[in-house]
Design a protein around this ligand. Structure first.
Ligand SMILES: *Cc1c(COP(=O)(O)O)cnc(C)c1O
Length: 428
């Protein structure tokens, strides 16, 4: 498979080049040259396949012969080494729980897949790569865990001081080895700007910098697996399937829309956002006007200019988009009310991101009856303990993945600005 840059369709790269460099030389996002089509025999008998088999079938055409089949199967198996339970929450409403991986958020799948692809590609090249990533919370932990101890790869994570939760900070700062955590006095946008500046800096060329955000195809594409898993569980009930995705950078939902374009029968997508509502406003007015990002309880979605929206427009042009996608924004107040209500009436405790997804789903189903709805539960509620326990006095048991972190020392380097970042990069 070849990938073209969304800035220039003649600028093409292999899967390997796109995964190793992250972004095209002209700074465009990579996009697959053709969309593979699924066989109807596979879709109609999807229950007969294991999750690994489904994922291998879905991802293979995007990689072609760049990774041998047995190696790719091994990568997929390791990526999916935990469960993805579908939990009924309400009549015709299900939560697909994507938080049972090592860092308790859905980003584990993308990070694990990408790290293993890079390891495979770099082992023969004898080349060192530095993964530079800005995080508003969950990306950093997933990337740190996914890349821990991978030879030939150094990971540098920038996070905004005081703006990630305690559990999230522990996930970034306690691993050590090839992982370096930088605490930036500033906002997530400041972190993101420093990362962008580093990619453009000729003096850093020797470091072979790459991204591990969802702009990287090797992190973005495996997220389509979730939608296959949901369909596999619910195909038998015969109603049209709609999926609501709590969205920030729109990588996850864009992967789902790719799965639909390949032939997976999903009737409609709902992009549920917090107060950062650039896409809901776009769907109303067809004008794309990002505002400065605002802080919310669902901090992993505090993104005002979602990188992957251009990919969604490439999949489904602006004219047909309303048929495929609805998008709604919800306040923190609505989010908290929903957490309390789901906990009390349905004995289900969502995290703030999942609650936003549930709200989006219910809003759509109100005017579109007769469907089965799934919302993606993208993080374990314990990651946002403060907003849940603080507000309701609900106690959340610590899962094993977190317990051990509580005794480890946080190690981080404080930096003020871009010069500080360059100093660190020169030394590691
Ligand atoms: C990253 C994240 C999101 C948003 O996903 P995108 O692919 O950026 O839209 C939602 N929920 C949680 C918990 C996240 O960590």
């Amino acid at each position: 498979m070849k990938y073209y840059s969304l800035n220039n369709h003649n600028s093409k790269a292999s899967f390997k080049e796109a995964a190793v460099t992250g972004i095209a030389p002209d700074k465009g996002l990579y996009f697959p040259e053709t969309i593979p089509q699924l066989e109807s025999g596979f879709i109609n008998n999807i229950e007969d396949y294991s999750n690994t088999e489904i994922a291998v079938k879905a991802i293979t055409p995007f990689i072609g012969d760049e990774i041998p089949p047995d190696k790719l199967r091994e990568i997929v198996e390791e990526t999916l080494a935990f469960s993805f339970p579908l939990v009924q929450v309400d009549e015709d409403v299900y939560a697909l729980e994507l938080f049972h991986g090592p860092t308790l958020a859905f980003k584990d799948v993308g990070a694990r897949f990408m790290s293993r692809c890079l390891r495979y590609f770099l082992q023969d090249d004898k080349k060192e790569v530095t993964v530079l990533v800005a995080t508003s919370g969950d990306t950093g932990g997933a990337v740190a865990s996914g890349f821990l101890g991978v030879e030939g790869i150094k990971v540098v994570i920038l996070y905004p001081s005081g703006k990630v939760s305690d559990v999230q900070e522990r996930q970034l700062t306690t691993l050590g080895q090839n992982i370096t955590a930088l605490e930036v006095s500033g906002t997530f946008d400041d972190c993101q700007d420093m990362v962008k500046q580093a990619f453009l800096d000729d003096e850093l060329k020797g470091l072979n910098l790459t991204s591990a955000n969802s702009i990287n195809i090797a992190r973005w594409l495996p997220q389509m697996f979730y939608y296959f898993f949901a369909y596999k569980e619910l195909r038998k009930n015969g109603r049209p399937l709609v999926v609501s995705v709590p969205s920030g950078n729109f990588g996850n939902i864009c992967a789902g829309m790719m799965a639909k374009k390949m032939g997976l029968p999903i009737m409609h997508f709902i992009a549920a956002t917090n107060a950062n509502d650039t896409v809901p406003r776009y769907m109303e007015s067809r004008r794309y006007v990002p505002m400065p990002a605002v802080e919310t309880l669902s901090n992993a979605m505090d993104v005002s200019n979602p990188s992957n929206f251009v990919r969604i427009l490439e999949l489904f042009g602006p004219e047909s988009l309303s048929q495929e996608l609805s998008s709604y924004s919800f306040t923190d107040e609505e989010t908290l009310k929903t957490i309390a209500q789901l906990h009390k009436n349905h004995h289900y405790l969502p995290d703030p991101h999942g609650a936003v997804g549930y709200l989006g789903l219910k809003k759509f189903m109100k005017t579109n009856p007769g469907v089965t709805g799934v919302f993606l539960e993208t993080a374990h509620p314990v990651k946002f303990g403060e907003s849940i326990t603080g507000n309701f006095g609900i106690k959340i048991a610590l899962p094993g993945q977190i317990k051990t972190l509580m005794y480890l020392e946080k190690k981080k380097i404080q930096i003020e600005n871009y010069e500080g970042l360059k100093k660190v990069l020169a030394k590691i």
